[in-house]
Design a protein around this ligand. Structure first.
Ligand code: PMV
Length: 335
């Protein structure tokens, strides 16, 4: 982008990353079981980097009321950590702003992904920031490198993350994920429609992950059996998705939800939305992500969701709203 010494912007780069939902296998994935996740492009994190007349690197994230100079933030602040990890040398030169005006950098971050709700907001912000910084300094990174960098930040958000969030958000494709193994892009035989209902309650994944760990530490045999069952569900789901037998995913969602309830990571609000979706004719429903709040998902026949665009509320959407859903997203998982 062109500019001059009069203070106009000399360069501006932008990058975005989508939200995500976990279809099957959350929590058990931390213990080595497979999980399935898909991108949700209706919500996204957007980052722009531009040169700045003021020295230093400035982070502006109006959604969380943050306007700060990088070196004023603690080193374990996730946004600061993305930048510090990207520029491994202390005091990255502000002259990375390539223009004459560029004493420093402004990094503007916005996101439509609700925080701490199981839609991958932390991973999406990290991935978008890493990609924007990579364009800024003209240092191309492979998806694998971007995902690995975002994983380091996930550790600050989650404690002991499996890596599924940074993976699905980086590749922006449906994934079959096993911790520590190369990513497998899920082949989707036929498209299917998911309604995502938000309890409006933000619940940190770190806490639910740590509570499941306490259960596991107290009785490893019992909980590993539960995790195995979840893993079997995820494997069956993968086959059904690949074979285009999406209608048969509903019963698997219901089974997975029951096991998540056993792990104590569901909540009264999530259970209420899950029941409301099933009562309104969804083929199956479950909580999604860390749990205790955040989002649930329901599998619907496409015609149930299509009604929304008419704009008549689909029965599932109306029922979710009656049961307290604060926001609803309808997404199609495409081949
Ligand atoms: O709350 P979310 O959507 O970020 O999901 C985390 C998924 C867990 O399996 C609970 C944790 C993990 O790291 O995989």
């Amino acid at each position: 982008m062109g500019g001059d010494r009069a203070g106009r912007i000399l360069f501006l780069v932008k990058a975005s990353a989508p939200g995500k939902i976990i279809l099957f296998g959350e929590h058990a994935v931390v213990y080595g079981q497979p999980a399935l996740a898909v991108p949700v492009t209706q919500v996204h994190a957007d980052v722009e980097v531009l040169d700045s007349p003021r020295a230093g690197i400035w982070i502006n994230a109006p959604d969380i009321g943050l306007h700060a100079k990088l070196n004023s933030l603690p080193s374990d602040h996730p946004l600061a950590a993305v930048i510090n990890n990207f520029f491994p040398h202390p005091n990255p030169s502000p002259k990375i702003g390539r223009g004459e005006r560029g004493e420093g950098l402004e990094i503007n971050i916005t996101s439509t992904i609700p925080v701490a709700s199981g839609l991958g907001s932390g991973a999406a912000v990290s991935v978008a920031m890493i990609r924007a910084l990579s364009s800024t300094v003209n240092r191309p990174l492979s998806d694998e490198q971007v995902s690995a960098m975002a994983y380091e930040i996930e550790k600050l958000h989650h404690g002991t993350p499996s890596g599924i969030d940074n993976t699905v958000v980086t590749y922006a494709k449906p994934v079959y994920f096993v911790k520590g193994q190369p990513i497998e892009i899920l082949k989707v035989g036929k498209p299917f429609t998911i309604v995502i209902g938000d309890t409006g309650i933000s619940a940190p994944t770190k806490e639910s992950v740590s509570d499941v760990r306490k259960l596991w530490e107290a009785d490893k045999t019992k909980w590993e059996k539960v995790f195995d069952e979840v893993g079997e569900i995820a494997k069956k789901a993968k086959e059904r998705i690949e074979d285009g037998e999406w209608e048969r995913l509903g019963e698997l969602m219901n089974q997975n939800h029951k096991l998540l309830q056993e792990m104590t990571v569901s909540s009264a609000e999530l259970d209420r939305l899950v029941s409301a979706a099933r009562d309104a004719g969804a083929l199956g429903a479950k909580m999604s992500g860390g749990g205790r709040g955040g989002n649930m998902i329901a599998l619907v026949k496409p015609e149930m969701a299509e009604a929304v665009s008419k704009p008549v509320l689909s029965e599932v959407e109306a029922s979710l709203r009656d049961a307290g859903a604060k926001n609803i997203i309808i997404t199609t998982v495409n081949p």
